[in-house]
Design a binder for this molecule. Structure first.
Ligand code: HEM
Length: 425
């Protein structure tokens, strides 16, 4: 693939499409710059051809239609776990790798990887902290935090927004909810970034080693704080997880560690990227930011459109728990993986009018960026408040905000977010 150069010296898309799509088979390389930078050209082609296609590079069926993705996320014939039904040998799954043992350990009791009844039990324990009426109380704290961060760089006239603003807001909020000091937030971001690199297509051995190292450090830290809380309980989520009994039982230490790490990682990764992608979309549109945050209702709609237009998470997978024949006649066998393409579903022309237009005034903005079904994002109400407060405060305080260089996406297709976002005012 040929890459041309833009005035900023960044590679731009060449004329050739970075994918082929024929007979419901797609060849699209997720690590190709032209692809991960603009997966939407591929999605357009998929929507025009068929909402279901076999993605050769991944080796499984994928679903891009809004209706299909929404239904499959709720379909109990598909799940996140399969090893309780089939062996690794039957699935052709490689054995666990010793050099990623610590990373695998952090995932073992992750809500995202569990199914009922364990999922129900763990989710029930932390759910209350994240329901709307509880997280709504955090709004003044988030406002204060957003303003303090802007105070720190306002006089500079320019900043890299992800590190200075988009990351610390959600990282500090989730750290404080769990009961960790705010000054640990950027260390948590570092561990998390190194761990989520494991979800990229074609992970290298170095990435695996680094993610494992980050998992060891992260677990050691959480274990150390757990020991402190056992000695001296506090009014925080960590103490709650350690002391609350469900059906007469407490969580094991491993369950608490997994859940804490999941909450800390999921609690900021996607929010950081939504802030970055959303600010970029607003700056690239010809819209007046004042009108986008004119009142609470419009602020909510603007955030919803940011989530729809350039979603931070593009694909989640499920296993078929039994042989399934879908409405469209497609059959998948027990143990097969399917890919549910959230970012593509949000651009489905049969669901959204002019889907490729960033339009915070659209009446049909409800999207699947937070998923659906039993794994529906537990942090959605919190993320929405963080995004509303952070983006409104940013554009209120810095009305002359403009991009300083051309923003570049990270090479992690599943996590669709920017490497950096240099802005000036
Ligand atoms: C814009 C920000 C966010 C987006 C787009 C997002 C998106 C998602 C999605 C799509 C899922 C479902 C994955 C699946 O079905 O396999 C999910 C699950 C989850 N999210 Fe979020 N999330 C965001 C922010 C947050 C925040 C702030 C938290 C803080 C606690 C959080 C915690 C979780 C957890 C714990 C799960 C697993 C739930 C389960 O498996 O039951 N997320 N998120």
């Amino acid at each position: 693939m040929r890459h041309d150069t833009t005035p900023h010296g960044f590679p731009s898309l060449s004329a050739a499409a970075p994918f082929t799509l024929a007979d419901r088979h797609a060849d699209a390389q997720p690590r190709e710059l032209a692809f991960y930078r603009d997966p939407y050209a591929f999605y357009d082609a998929v929507h025009a051809a068929s909402p279901a296609f076999f993605w050769d590079n991944y080796g499984h069926w994928c679903f891009a239609g809004f209706k299909e993705v929404s239904a499959l996320l709720r379909d109990k014939r598909f799940g996140r776990q399969i090893l309780h039904l089939m062996s690794r040998e039957e699935l052709g799954m490689a054995p666990p790798k010793p050099h990623t043992a610590a990373f695998d350990q952090t995932e073992k009791y992750s809500l995202l990887a569990l199914e009922p009844p364990t999922h129900t039990r763990l989710r029930g324990l932390v759910n209350r902290a994240f329901v709307s009426r509880n997280v709504e109380q955090l709004r003044p704290r988030i406002e204060r935090l957003a303003n303090q961060l802007i105070d720190g760089f306002e006089a500079d006239g320019q900043v890299e927004l992800l590190r200075a603003f988009a990351a610390p807001v959600p990282a500090i909020v989730i750290a404080e909810m769990i009961g960790l000091p705010a000054d640990m937030a950027m260390q948590l971001v570092d561990w998390s970034n190194r761990m989520v690199a494991m979800y990229m297509f074609g992970v290298t051995h170095e990435t695996e080693l680094d993610a494992n190292e980050a998992s060891i450090e992260f677990m050691d830290y959480v274990r150390h704080v757990i020991a402190e809380r056992r000695r001296q309980p506090r009014e925080d989520l960590l103490t709650h997880m350690l002391t609350t009994e469900i059906d007469g039982e407490r969580l094991t230490e491993d369950e608490v560690i997994s859940t804490t790490i999941l909450l800390l990682n999921a609690g900021h990764e996607a929010t950081v990227h939504t802030t970055g992608n959303g600010v970029k979309a607003i700056l690239e549109s010809a819209l007046d930011p004042k009108s986008l945050f004119a009142d609470d209702k419009q602020t909510e709609a603007t955030v919803e459109e940011c989530l729809r237009y350039d979603a931070p998470l593009h694909m989640f997978t499920r296993y078929a728990l039994q042989d399934v024949t879908l409405d469209n006649g497609l059959s998948v066998k027990q143990g097969e993986t399917i890919g549910l393409m959230l970012g593509a579903a949000n651009r489905d022309p049969s669901r959204f009018a002019a889907p490729n237009r960033f339009d915070p005034f659209r009446p049909d903005g409800a999207n699947v960026s937070f998923g659906a079904g039993i794994h529906f994002c537990i942090g959605a109400p919190l993320a929405r408040i963080e995004l509303q407060v952070a983006m409104k405060t940013l554009f209120d305080r810095l009305p002359g905000l403009k991009p300083a260089t051309e923003p570049q996406y990270k090479n992690i297709y599943h996590f669709h977010g920017l490497e950096r976002l240099e802005v000036s005012w």
